[in-house]
Design a protein around this ligand. Sequence first.
Ligand SMILES: [Zn+2]
Ligand SMILES: [Zn+2]
Length: 124
Amino acid sequence: MPELYECERCGKAFVRRNPSERVCPECKIKDDEDLEAIKDFLIINPNSTVDVIEKNTNVSKKTILRLLEEGELESENFSTGKRCVICGKPIDRGIYCDDCAKKIQEDLKKLSGSLDKKGGYHSR
Ligand SMILES: [Zn+2]
Ligand SMILES: [Zn+2]
């Protein structure tokens, strides 16, 4: 059942065919490019946190975290052990420590807020 959904990358509404689609088809292409850039970077720098990846690949933190949540990026790729992808602190499970998980929720709220204000055409 097609439904109208707001792209999580550019904010543009698009018709999605299944609930796992979180970005519009145009942004999906950019996502794939970003994914390749991140993976290439992690091969050379396997213990990188999100901040380091953002600086070196020019992929926004929001996109990196979304790709992680979608399972496109394995948290194992980020580090050799179980570490928080944000601060590098050792954790038992998941991809963030509790502190960073809280911070991300706040950050994402802020980010989506600023996207709305700009009218949604963020990446153009
Ligand atoms: Zn989009
Ligand atoms: Zn952390």
